[in-house]
Write a protein of this length. Structure first.
Length: 109
């Protein structure tokens, strides 16, 4: 559990390997089924942001993070600093309440 979750723009987040995803949906591993399964299990940063799983999408350089590692590193350095300033403005009870609500376990007692 964390206070904020960030994800690179073109990253995927899943407990499944993308090529194994069709089998989890009862499908064969054709390219079409792989894409359908990937879409169904919501792997992308945009999907996860819409679902509320992540809080922030970190933009990548054109062509992806691997195309410009220096720019990506600078962006990644700045993201926690911005998040820290947001979190420092909250009281401990507010932080705990947010964590419990995020986890699905209800409110702080």
């Amino acid at each position: 559990m964390g206070d904020r979750v960030s994800m690179l723009e073109h990253a995927w987040y899943s407990v499944l390997v993308r090529k194994a995803a069709p089998a989890s949906c009862g499908k064969t591993g054709t390219p079409e089924n792989t894409q359908l399964a990937a879409d169904a299990i919501k792997l992308t940063s945009r999907d996860l942001a819409q679902l509320g799983v992540i809080d922030e999408i970190i933009p990548e350089p054109p062509g992806g993070a691997h195309r410009d590692s220096r720019e990506t590193a600078n962006t990644l350095k700045d993201a926690p600093l911005a998040t820290a300033s947001i979190l420092q403005s909250l009281s401990t009870p507010q932080l705990l309440e947010h964590r419990y609500n995020r986890s699905g376990y209800g409110t702080v007692s």
